[in-house]
Design a protein around this ligand. Structure first.
Ligand SMILES: C[S@@+](CC[C@H](N)C(=O)[O-])C[C@H]1O[C@@H](n2cnc3c(N)ncnc32)[C@H](O)[C@@H]1O
Length: 182
C-alpha cells in the first residue's frame, strides 16, 4: 500500500466559482490526485491520497481518495473541479470523502513515514513496505510540521537534487516504487 499526503496551505475550504487555481491553488490538489491515483486506463487500487486544506474560510479540511473504492471518475480537470466543489459542499463521491480534520492528528497514527525533500536520502537506497509520503505544495511543507514529523520518526527522502513540482514528485515516486515492485 502507498499513501501520499499533501499539505495545501491555501486550498479553499468552501465551494468556489472560478478555476481550481483561483481557489487557493486547488489545481495542485487535482494534479497530485492525478499522478497519485492513475496509471494508463487504470486506477491505482493499492494507493491512497490525502490532502489537508488550510485555506479560507473554515480550515482545516481533510480530503481523502481511496483507490480501493474509487470509481465513476475521469482524469480531466473539469471532472475533478466538480468533484472537489461537491465535496466542499458536503457531498461525497465513491472512494472520495472529506471531513474536518487537521494533518497533525491524522499523521500521529501513521508508521513508515517519509518527508519528500530534495535534501533527503536517495530513494533508490531505501527499502519500503507500506510507505506514507508527505509532500509540500508550491511553497513546501511548513517547517514546524516537518520538524514534528521528523521528531516522530519520519525520514527525509529525495528523488534527486532538482526541485520538482509536487505532482511530478509523486509521479516519479510511483515510477520508482513500481520498478521496485512495492
Ligand atoms: C514545488 S516543491 C516546493 C518548493 C518549495 N519552495 C520548497 O522549498 O519546498 C513541492 C514539494 O515537492 C517535493 N519535492 C520537490 N522536489 C523534490 C525532490 N527533488 N525530492 C523529493 N521531494 C521533492 C517536496 O515535498 C516539496 O515540498
Amino acid at each position: 500500500m502507498r499513501r501520499f499526503i499533501l499539505y495545501s496551505r491555501t486550498g479553499q475550504t468552501a465551494p468556489f466559482v472560478g478555476s481550481l487555481m483561483d481557489a487557493g491553488r486547488l489545481d495542485i490538489v487535482y494534479q497530485c490526485i492525478f499522478t497519485s491515483m492513475f496509471a494508463s486506463h487504470a486506477i491505482r487500487r493499492d494507493t491512497e491520497f490525502h490532502a489537508f486544506l488550510y485555506g479560507a474560510p473554515i480550515p482545516p479540511v481533510h480530503v481523502a481518495v481511496d483507490g480501493k473504492t474509487l470509481h465513476d471518475v475521469r482524469i480531466d480537470e473539469n471532472t475533478w473541479r466538480s468533484i472537489l466543489n461537491n465535496l466542499l459542499a458536503g457531498k461525497d463521491h465513491p472512494g472520495i470523502s472529506s471531513k474536518k480534520e487537521g494533518i497533525e492528528g491524522f499523521s500521529k497514527d501513521l508508521s513508515e513515514t517519509y518527508v519528500l525533500s530534495e535534501k533527503g536520502d536517495p530513494i533508490e537506497e531505501l527499502k519500503f513496505s507500506s510507505p506514507s509520503f508527505f509532500v509540500g505544495d508550491n511553497v513546501g511543507l511548513p517547517k514546524k510540521f516537518e520538524d514534528l514529523l521528523l521528531k516522530n520518526g519520519a525520514k527525509k527522502v529525495s528523488i534527486g537534487q532538482e526541485r520538482y513540482l509536487a505532482a511530478s514528485t509523486i509521479d516519479i515516486v510511483n515510477y520508482i516504487l513500481d520498478k521496485k515492485r512495492i
